[in-house]
Design a protein around this ligand. Structure first.
Ligand SMILES: Cc1cc2nc3c(=O)[nH]c(=O)nc-3n(C[C@H](O)[C@H](O)[C@H](O)COP(=O)(O)OP(=O)(O)OC[C@H]3O[C@@H](n4cnc5c(N)ncnc54)[C@H](O)[C@@H]3O)c2cc1C
Ligand code: FES
Ligand code: FES
Length: 474
């Protein structure tokens, strides 16, 4: 075990003795003099702190935008970070995005500008010819409150055109870097980085109180307040079994440390509605780091993954050194508010999701205050097997309606064996009153939630009958 963390910063190998539970933003600004990376919200919302990140052991993989304010030193050992200072490759040289932002007046107070330059450079590095939707998607996690987005989007278009004109290779927006790898630990705080499942389970058994850290997009939010400290960390991001996606004829098995951005690619074609939901999951920065296992492990009643996965009939596999593996329906994993089946010595290994079959339909709808970068007020997910016009079988799951993500057995019974008419959907909507007693909070009142959940069922029936449903930001 070593006492230092090593990584590549803007092409240079660096080593730090910083505590593994320090945020990367603090590391960059306070220890590495890389102050171009800004702190705005310090909780993953505004994108001022955006850096490009490639985790250790992923040589050749894309550099992805991530929020340094909710990333920790424990996650970067052996990895690579590019900050705004490194975009041009050489100090003082602007890359195409930075140059076009200057030319297009894409900045006023400038606070958001480094994060936007980094986010757009990340986009052009992986997609040199982005369409309008891809540019807006890349900017969904970056808040600019004074310039307005038109000149920013103009700069992105102009930079893409410039790179295309010189026939640049993907990654030309960013200089190529080398990767340095080593183990992690530091003064008083220990970060373990196992590489296989057995190593992970052993560490979990030996350190039941350790923080089990995946992407950190939930866990690291309180770190910015300097009140939370993590004496022992176990980082799952390098465990091969947890990083794997296994595509079989009838199922996908996603390792728990697979990120939402990676999962998106698998489901895009067969479950376009699920893909749209994932696309609305935080921002590119959040999806690049946030994992499926973390979304389930955090057991939030308003997490977006669980309702969709439950509706699809997903199963979850847990494992410990002592008890071995056990698999259960995902809906049975959630017991009560933030209480799950997970034992102190267990980890989530994977989630298995049935692939689409003939005659089956899946839809999921998220209701939130903003389209981008917002948590659900209500999230409805629906899977149906149609026998002609009749609902042969159905699974309905909601987030935001109870203390856990949960199925709606009464609403399901109201639809099973019936034609999916608007009347049937309204009857199922009325049956939701027997399934849920929703809470009132600042996202929505109990009445609002109940009406929204019923309304989504009606939307489902109308959409599946071929009607075009006009919705505001849903
Ligand atoms: C700005 C912002 C926007 C967000 N938007 C959304 C959104 O739109 N929808 C949404 O659902 N969520 C959203 N989130 C929440 C978060 O991004 C997700 O829940 C994400 O999937 C968490 O994954 P992670 O890898 O970052 O988890 P971490 O923060 O690393 O961990 C979360 C929890 O899961 C546990 N855990 C992680 N891996 C395992 C494992 N293998 N076994 C057992 N336990 C494990 C951890 O110990 C911890 O308790 C947002 C967060 C932020 C900061
Ligand atoms: S400082 Fe706002 S996302 Fe990091
Ligand atoms: S230029 Fe001021 S916040 Fe974007």
């Amino acid at each position: 075990m070593t006492t230092h963390t090593s990584f590549t910063l803007n092409g240079q190998p660096v080593t730090t003795a910083a505590r593994p539970d320090m945020t990367v933003l603090d590391l960059l600004r306070n220890e590495m003099s890389a102050r171009g990376t800004k702190e705005g919200c310090a909780e993953g919302d505004c994108g001022a702190c955006t850096v490009l990140f490639r985790r250790g052991g992923q040589e050749g993989a894309e550099l992805l935008a991530a929020n340094a304010c909710i990333m920790t030193v424990a996650q970067i050992d052996g990895g690579e970070i590019v900050t705004v200072e490194g975009l041009g490759g050489t100090k003082g040289v602007l890359n195409a995005v930075q140059d076009e932002m200057a030319r297009n007046g894409s900045s006023q107070c400038g606070f958001c500008t480094p994060g936007i330059a980094v986010a757009l450079s990340g986009l052009l590095a992986r997609d040199p010819d982005p369409d309008e939707a891809a540019i807006h998607d890349a900017l969904a996690g970056n808040l600019c409150r004074c310039t307005g987005y038109r000149p920013i989007v103009d700069a992105a278009r102009a930079a893409a055109a410039r790179l295309k004109a010189v026939d640049a290779e993907p990654n030309a927006a960013i200089a190529e870097r080398t990767l340095v790898s080593s183990h992690t630990d530091a003064s008083g705080v220990t970060a373990h980085r196992p590489h296989d499942l057995r190593g992970l389970l052993k560490l979990r058994r030996d350190h039941p109180d350790a923080v089990l850290l995946a992407g950190g997009t939930d866990l690291a939010v309180p770190l910015a307040g300097y009140e939370t400290r993590w004496p022992v960390i176990i980082h799952t991001g390098h465990v091969a079994e947890l990083r794997a996606i296994d595509t079989a004829d009838e199922t996908w098995t996603f390792g728990a440390a697979v990120t939402w951005e990676e999962a998106l690619e698998s489901v895009r074609e067969e479950y376009p509605s699920f893909a749209t939901l994932i696309r609305r999951f935080g921002s590119t920065q959040i999806r690049s780091m946030g994992t499926i296992g973390g979304n389930i492990g955090t057991a939030s009643p308003i997490g977006d993954g669980p309702p969709a996965l439950i509706a699809l009939g997903a199963t979850i596999t847990l494992a410990s050194l002592k008890g071995g593996e056990r698999t259960m329906a995902l809906e049975d994993f959630f017991l009560d508010y933030r209480k799950t089946e997970l034992r102190a010595d267990e980890v989530i290994v994977s989630v298995t999701v049935p692939r689409a079959r003939q005659g089956e339909v899946m839809r999921t709808y998220k209701v939130s205050k903003r389209y981008d970068q917002d948590i659900s007020t209500v999230c409805g997910a629906y899977w149906l097997r149609m026998d002609g016009d009749i609902v042969g079988d159905v699974r309905i799951a909601y987030g935001g309606m109870a203390a856990t993500p949960k199925r709606a057995p009464h609403a399901e019974a109201a639809l099973r064996g019936r034609a999916l008419t608007v009347e049937a959907a309204r009857a199922a909507g009325a049956a939701l009153a027997s399934d849920f007693a929703p809470l009132t909070d600042w996202r929505g009142s109990d009445r609002y939630r109940a009406r929204a959940a019923a309304g989504l069922l009606e939307r489902l029936a109308r959409e599946l009958s071929g009607e075009t449903v006009e919705v505001m930001a849903l």
